[in-house]
Design a protein around this ligand. Structure first.
Ligand code: PLP
Length: 284
């Protein structure tokens, strides 16, 4: 079952108009959430970010915070999901051709809940490889990556490059050549026991997993540096990992063709701390 506008419907009946501006123009926003043992981790933070994205594109959401939360749990319950991948998508809605958002008085609101499929264990044991691609991350004064937008072509072009190069994730630089983020992930590296990650000002999504990792590092007494970094910093790092809501903390085994053996010591420590936060959240 899926949640479409105000009700639960079967997948067959979950139909939206070809005039939906999400389809025509990529005009909309979304969130990806993960449920553990029936509890959606950091649901309030995800819904808050959804509201921030909405306000940055001038979209008035059809429900309030609590209404969205209730709809998420209703969708999971209807499917009997406890370990779930949940996606909330809100598009500008159907309207005549034309870019003016005022043409679309009613946004389309969709929630999809899918049974969560674990990533292969080998990814966490051996790490995944990443490639620094030529596609630059959207310039923040053009389309701010802070907006979790349906407009994903920037990420898809980067992803195509990483597929061509046999890499699991593509890392994009910003317009100045600073390391920004992956197509669906934030990036971290460790150098001389300092945990480094691009500052939000570089032009990235303010990842919820990223924030938890930074908090966990500070609690563990690990020095943290949010800044501007170059590809060489990744090539010369002791450890590299990527993060997002579904993969949590994913170790990186190699960056481009650089064969420096990467360690996973602090990466593992942070993943464990992240998991502890998930466990505490579920208990709460
Ligand atoms: N950066 C991009 C471009 C993303 O699409 C995502 C998640 O989908 C992230 C970073 C990580 O964000 P979060 O940790 O909130 O899932």
């Amino acid at each position: 079952m899926l949640y479409l506008n105000n009700k639960l419907v079967t997948e067959k009946k979950a139909l939206i108009s070809v005039f939906d501006h999400g389809f025509l123009y990529g005009d909309g926003i979304y969130e990806t959430l993960r449920a553990y043992k029936g509890a959606v981790f950091m649901i309030d933070e995800h819904i808050e970010r959804l509201f921030r994205s909405a306000s940055m594109i001038g979209l008035v959401l059809p429900k309030g915070h609590d209404g969205i939360k209730e709809a998420v749990y209703q969708t999971m319950k209807a499917n009997g999901h406890k370990e779930a991948y949940v996606r909330i998508t809100i598009s500008r809605g159907p309207g005549p051709l034309g870019l003016d958002p005022a043409l679309c008085p009613q946004p389309t609101f969709v929630i999809i809940s899918k049974e969560f499929m674990d990533y292969p264990r080998s990814y966490y044991q051996k790490g995944v490889n990443i490639a620094i691609v030529n596609t630059r991350r959207n310039y923040k004064k053009a389309l701010d990556p802070k907006i979790k937008s349906l407009n994903f072509l920037n990420n898809i072009l980067a992803k195509r490059e990483s597929i061509d190069r046999g890499a699991y994730e593509a890392i994009m630089l910003n317009h100045n050549g600073h390391v920004a983020e992956g197509t669906i992930s934030n990036i971290f590296f460790v150098k001389d026991n300092i945990l480094c990650t691009p500052a939000t000002g570089v032009g990235i999504l303010d990842g919820i997993t990223r924030r938890i990792i930074l908090d966990a590092a500070r609690e563990l007494g690990i020095k943290v540096k949010e800044g501007r970094f170059r590809p060489e910093d990744l090539y010369n790092a002791d450890e590299v990992f990527i993060s997002n809501t579904t993969m949590e903390v994913m170790p990186v085994s190699g960056v481009d063709d650089k064969k420096t053996p990467l360690k996973f010591t602090i990466t593992r420590q942070l993943h464990k701390a992240y998991r502890k936060k998930v466990a505490e959240y579920i208990k709460g």
